[in-house]
Design a protein around this ligand. Structure first.
Ligand code: AMP
Length: 437
């Protein structure tokens, strides 16, 4: 960028943002809840590199998908390889599963992640070019119970983060036995009405006809209402699998909604697909107009391990958008549990006192007692004002005299009482008093 254009100094790139200190408590809270769920359900953490061979995604997600065609950051390295900033987490995890021979481990292999991803999206509210997702993947298990349990895990996490009125949308998009036939029916239905479709859908009809079903254009939505539904054309195996997924969801008492138009954007999905929304989809538009998309998306991907060069391995998983969750937590004014606040402030006056105060802070750290200090300040008044602002219960004051005598003043900020005690006893004394709270 020319210096002339850079009037305001360096800025983050469009669609990318700093995770400033004020957002960190949200990240930490979400991490804590996700990690708790992962431990309970027996998932092991995995972190794959941010850069992968670009072909991993074109082979895994599909060449004609929106992500690969338009949204992937791809570049050629000095060594001449084409690499991509990962746009999603499943293909890299499947790559790792194959590369590290995880099919030799007891199956299923259950993995989770909490990581940044990159998509060159059209900048708009709720869509970023670098965003964070957490996800759960189960490899080596075909049972519909796993699909239901994955949905339950995401649902539990959002509930624990205090989301109410969650709605789960589910569908089955069949497999290689029934989907090609359904695709043909769909294409012939839409071909007959092609002139009324939007230009995007006319293109989709050629490369990825299922995606016409989730177009948001009104005219396309109208046409799709009479389109054949895949649910009526599933093969015996897919029909039975989906029936059981729904029975498990019923058993778990989860509030799901069958959406015959839910297809998801990636080629690797088979059978079950799901999304979780913060409110009922019909109401979504008015209530969450700035967040028109799901918080969680996922599904089964029984073909992916084989596509990427491994043995045929059934698998299922999902991912949640962390920024979307945070945006909504803020909008709904969901409170975070309070973080522990220091109840003690160490104030000092004079060079010797400052030295002793520095050491005293370390003694408190060893005793695992949170303390606040302002060692950069010299004025006692300024330090007491800082202590007041924080709202601590006790202030410890070390002046020149106390430092020489090996004592310290302990002031109770509630009663206003002040006493002088031995410096060597102060940590024990504070510990005793804090226990009384
Ligand atoms: P996907 O990987 O597209 O299935 O997305 C899973 C979830 O990640 C979505 O439901 C969103 O919550 C979130 N997500 C996807 N793309 C973005 C983005 N560009 N910016 C922020 N969040 C996103």
């Amino acid at each position: 960028m020319s210096p002339k254009k850079r009037k305001k100094g360096f800025q983050t790139l469009t669609g990318m943002h700093d995770l400033l200190p004020q957002i960190q408590p949200y990240f930490q809270r979400i991490y804590q809840v996700v990690e708790g769920a992962a431990n309970f359900y027996g998932f092991k953490k995995i972190e794959t590199p941010i850069l992968e061979e670009a072909e991993l995604f074109s082979k895994g997600i599909g060449l004609s998908t929106e992500i690969v065609e338009r949204q992937m950051y791809v570049f050629k390295t000095k060594g001449g390889e084409y690499v991509a900033l990962r746009p999603e987490g499943t293909a890299p995890i499947v790559r790792a599963y194959i590369q590290h021979g995880m099919h030799n481990l007891p199956q299923p292999v259950k993995l989770w992640y909490f990581s940044p991803f990159f998509r060159y999206e059209h900048p708009q509210a709720g869509r970023y070019r670098q965003f964070w997702q957490f996800g759960f993947e189960v490899l080596g298990e075909e049972s519909p119970a796993i699909d239901a349990q994955l949905i339950q895990i995401f649902f539990n996490i959002l509930k624990e983060l205090k989301f109410k009125n969650l709605v789960i949308e589910v569908n089955s998009i069949g497999d290689s036995e029934c989907r090609p036939y359904y695709k043909k029916m769909l294409v012939s239905y839409f071909r007959a009405r092609e002139h009324s479709l939007c230009s995007h859908c006319r293109e989709r009809l050629r490369v990825n006809p299922l995606r016409v079903l989730d177009c948001k254009e009104e005219k396309c939505q109208r046409i799709k209402t009479l389109a054949p539904q895949i649910i009526d054309h599933l093969c015996q195996g897919c029909h039975q699998h989906f029936k059981e997924v729904l029975e498990f969801l019923d058993e778990l008492g989860l509030p799901y909604h069958l959406n015959p138009y839910l297809v998801r954007g990636l080629d690797y999905y088979t059978r079950t697909v799901f999304e979780i929304f913060p409110t009922f989809p019909e109401k979504k538009k008015e209530e969450e107009s700035f967040l028109p998309v799901a918080l969680v998306g996922g599904g089964r991907y029984d073909v992916l391990v084989k596509w990427l060069g491994g043995k045929p391995t059934p698998a299922s998983g999902g991912a949640a958008g962390i920024e979307r969750i945070i945006d909504l937590m803020k909008k709904k004014e969901i409170k975070l549990p309070p973080s522990p606040r220091p109840q003690v402030f160490v104030a000092q006056l004079g060079t010797l006192a400052k030295r002793k105060a520095l050491k005293l802070v370390e003694d408190f750290r060893k005793a695992k007692i949170l303390v606040e200090e302002s060692l950069g300040r010299d004025s006692l008044k300024g330090q007491l004002r800082a202590a007041d602002r924080i709202g601590v219960r006790y202030v410890l004051i070390l002046g020149q005299k106390e430092a020489l005598e090996g004592t310290i003043i302990l002031r109770d900020m509630v009663s206003g009482r002040q006493e002088t005690i031995k410096l060597s006893r102060v940590v024990e004394e504070i510990k005793k008093r804090l226990k009384k709270f």
